[in-house]
Design a protein around this ligand. Structure first.
Ligand SMILES: [Fe+2]
Length: 547
């Protein structure tokens, strides 16, 4: 039996060692393993040699990866155990070389705590296991036992220990979060929805209990969005307040660990960099009982913040482009309405009524936005209809009416190719469909009609009745509301009518007075309101509506 210390000291460089040939202390009943030990530290080599010899191994040693490669050139080994950090080629280089020459040979990497990430990298590239320094004879013994067992059960195909698989899975999830955030930028999301999704990914991928994203506006004010434990969120906010200057000083190049002695949690925070100045802060908190954050999780959060910055810049750029396009399209509607002073601001009012209804129905912010935009653009298709028909004071002929009723489809064809307006295009196409199926263009019924279209239908009808026409005065609001109620479940969706009738009268009156440029500012979302009127053609449905 060889006497060896139970544990060798970590660290400490020793002279280079010469490669040595195999040797073993034979033990009956155990197959002999050929082991190559590689380390530039002679003490470590000596310790390992003794430990492996105790367990029926032929041991060869090398002081560098280059020497190990020489030995591997003409000897087949059952196991290679190598340090990661060595002069010249590293243990990771050696691992790649072994996997290229002898793919079935298991490689175990030895590492100190600072290079644990390298060990995990090694595991991803086919290492069998890693031994964190300092390790004991017992750990070496366990390694050899597991290797012998795996050789028997796996017929040479060695699996990886369960704990390490968990580690790999954890890091893989962290990496996936990074890609997911990058992909979000391509999905054309509203910034608010994007931020919410980033918070979800951050909590899930990095196993947090709460996440916070502070977005800076043009005036330098921060708007918080948060997910997870509310008490933890408010603690994170106060921590960030104290660490703000320190975070700014990182320039977005480093994530910070934020802890306080009195608080039972740990937190990570990273600046979301921007052009010139930062765009915000991403922060993740974890209850202390769920463990501290690992160094690689800190790196991941930094990566999330940087990817969020790129995604946000892309989203904001796209938003500006879309907003400009909406402005251009709206200007066509304005031009159309400008021809008729009687209906000045019709589209803007329809948009405002529709937005109120959608909000009252507790639709998502995105759906409210879509409904409002559909309202402002709903008459776009009338651009192609001859003025002589649009402005005809008397009743329309059958042919003229047929032409007029094409306007939803015309708008649909204009807008549908613009993918970001796909929902608005659908809403506009069907804004003359009736709940009872007697509308046009497709005679859709009830829930078949997109909800924004059912909402615009009500808003359009109410505004038509409460606006002055060349052939009649505006109806009082009470009368128009009674008319709309009469169409409940027939022409109009009952749920939409209920929402509409619950809007405060003061608000209805307020909207009805928006007929000039002020309507534009009321929209407040980049979509410019129409500023002039549009022609009404009376089609005599149950309730009057702009065709
Ligand atoms: Fe219409």
């Amino acid at each position: 039996m060889v006497n060896v210390p139970s544990e060798f000291p970590a660290g400490g460089m020793m002279p280079m060692t010469e490669p040595t040939g195999p040797s073993a202390i034979a033990q009956p009943g155990l197959d002999i393993l050929r082991v190559l030990l590689v380390d530039d530290n002679a003490h470590v080599l000596q310790f390992l040699t003794s430990a492996f010899k105790m367990h029926n191994c032929f041991v060869s040693t090398a002081g560098t990866a280059e020497q190990a490669l020489d030995l591997l050139a003409d000897t087949l080994f059952d196991l290679v155990v190598s340090d990661i950090k060595m002069p010249g080629l590293s243990g990771l280089d050696l691992l790649r070389a072994v996997k290229g020459k002898q793919p079935a040979t298991p490689v175990v990497l030895m590492t100190g705590v600072p290079s644990i990430n390298s060990a995990v990298f090694g595991l991803r590239h086919g290492a069998y296991d890693y031994l964190p320094k300092p390790f004991s004879v017992k750990e070496v013994q366990q390694l050899i036992q597991r290797l012998r067992k795996d050789r028997v059960s796996g017929h040479g195909n060695l699996g990886q220990p369960a704990g390490l698989m968990e580690e790999l899975a954890r890091r893989q999830t962290g990496m996936e979060g990074l890609f997911k955030i990058g992909e979000l930028a391509l999905q054309g999301l509203d910034p608010g929805i994007f931020v919410d999704t980033v918070l979800d990914f951050t909590i899930q991928s990095l196993r947090g209990d709460a996440a916070l994203l502070l977005l800076r506006d043009h005036e330098g004010n921060f708007t918080p969005s948060q997910k997870g434990d509310t008490a933890l969120v408010s603690s994170l906010l106060s921590l960030l307040h104290n660490a703000f200057n320190e975070l700014v000083a990182t320039g977005g190049k480093e994530a910070l660990t934020l802890t306080t002695r009195e608080q039972p949690f740990t937190a990570l925070a990273a600046l979301i960099p921007g052009v010139g100045k930062s765009m915000g802060i991403l922060c993740l908190g974890r209850d202390a009982q769920n463990g501290a954050f690992l160094p690689d999780e800190k790196e991941f959060l930094l990566g999330y913040a940087q990817t969020t910055a790129l995604a946000l810049q892309r989203i904001l750029l796209r938003e500006n482009l879309e907003s400009n396009l909406i402005d251009t399209i709206s200007s066509f509607v304005n031009a159309l309405e400008a021809k008729d002073l009687y209906l000045k601001g019709h589209s803007a009012r329809v948009s405002l009524y529709a937005g109120e209804i959608a909000g009252t129905m507790s639709l998502s912010p995105l759906q409210v936005f879509v409904t409002r935009r559909a309202g402002i653009l709903h008459d776009l298709g009338k651009l192609v209809i001859l003025d002589s028909i649009l402005h005809k004071p008397g009743r329309l002929t059958k042919e003229e009416y047929a032409l007029i009723t094409r306007h939803p489809l015309v708008a649909y064809k204009i807008l549908k190719p613009l993918r970001f307006l796909a929902q608005e295009a659908d809403a506009i196409k069907y804004h003359h469909e009736r709940y009872d199926g007697k509308g046009y263009p497709d005679g859709l019924k009830g829930e078949e009609i997109p909800l924004p279209a059912r909402i615009v239908m009500v808003a359009d009808s109410f505004d038509a009745m409460t606006s002055t026409r060349p052939y009649r005065s505006a109806l009082p609001h009470d009368v128009a509301l009674a008319e709309v109620l009469r169409g409940k479940g027939v022409q109009f969706d009952p749920r939409v009518i209920e929402a509409f009738s619950s809007i405060p009268r003061t608000r209805i009156t307020e909207i009805s007075r928006y007929y000039d440029a002020r309507a534009t500012s009321v929209l407040g979302d980049g979509s410019r309101g129409a500023q002039a009127g549009t022609e009404v053609v009376t089609c005599k449905p149950a309730v009057e509506v702009d065709c």
